[in-house]
Ligand binder design. Structure first.
Ligand SMILES: [Zn+2]
Length: 130
């Protein structure tokens, strides 16, 4: 991958990471008690729901941060290999990397990995025909 493109993606990753980290509630406020996961008392279901939503959002954010860190590490460790599809070794299109700089697969390989469901269904239909 071109040094310039790599640099642009690295900046994108760093900016996104900064954004995720400054969104707030990732770090634990030391003045607040740790929320209890299993409160036996029947208290404020709405509050509980909000906590679940918040923790789901946090999980998605932590997940993305992890992908960003991994991408930055790959970039640092092996800049020449960065942007190559893990499955077919073809360069992942820059347009895809601009949207998802942490992508490790090209679109066809990604689809191949996540799409065996339809085949099973088709087989079932054919069985039915016979
Ligand atoms: Zn591929």
């Amino acid at each position: 991958m071109e040094e310039e493109e790599l640099q642009a993606l690295r900046e994108k990753l760093l900016a996104r990471r900064r954004e995720l980290l400054t969104q707030g509630d990732l770090s634990v406020d030391p003045n607040r008690p740790t929320p209890v996961e299993h409160a036996d008392e029947d208290e404020q279901p709405l509050n509980e729901m909000n906590q679940v939503i918040a923790s789901k959002r946090n999980r998605a954010r932590v997940d993305e941060l992890r992908k960003i860190e991994a991408a930055l590490q790959r970039m640092a460790a092996d800049p020449e290999e960065f942007g190559l599809c893990l499955d077919c070794d073809e360069p992942i299109p820059v347009r895809r990397l601009e949207l998802m700089p942490w992508a490790t697969l090209c679109v066809p390989c990604q689809t191949k990995r996540s799409g065996p469901r339809r085949d099973g269904r088709r087989r079932h239909l054919r069985d039915f025909d016979d």
